[in-house]
Design a protein around this ligand. Structure first.
Ligand SMILES: [Zn+2]
Length: 141
């Protein structure tokens, strides 16, 4: 079965969540919040392990983990919108949803609980005080 997001390749877990051009654009847009750019590992389990294992403060790690979950959730949700409702989701809209969910989870985790979610969304780069060391995550140039 062809991927519902790009229509170019067969759908697989690795393709849908990581290697698909649409999905990867979303990852890149969200990593850019922290001025991070990277090539990715082609296997989702390895990418996930590397993502979680980056050297970060506990606070930043919570934000970074929330971002990972929000991204995977949004990609799955977008795929299902295409499949079951024939609805196209624009990257900017998907990014806003990821940002909103990341901000809500950050707030729920107890950090920044006095700050309104709208402010957290506008200043999402402030949530991660020490940017992830992305060089630990990449395996190919
Ligand atoms: Zn695809």
């Amino acid at each position: 079965m062809a991927c519902f997001l790009c229509g170019l390749e067969s759908e697989s877990t690795d393709h849908l969540f990581l290697n698909c051009c649409w999905s990867w654009k979303l990852w890149k847009r969200c990593m850019k919040w922290w001025e991070v750019s990277s090539c990715h590992n082609s296997k989702l389990p390895e990418w996930s392990k590397g993502w979680q294992g980056l050297c970060l403060s506990a606070n930043s790690r919570r934000v970074w983990s929330s971002l990972f979950s929000a991204l995977v959730w949004k990609i799955w949700e977008t795929r299902n919108k295409f499949l079951f409702e024939n609805k196209e989701i624009y990257l900017g809209l998907a990014e806003d949803t990821v940002k909103s969910r990341t901000a809500w989870w950050f707030k729920h985790l107890g950090k920044g609980s006095e700050i309104p979610v709208t402010s957290l969304m506008l200043n999402v780069n402030d949530l991660c005080v020490d940017p992830p060391n992305i060089s630990k995550l990449t395996s190919k140039a």
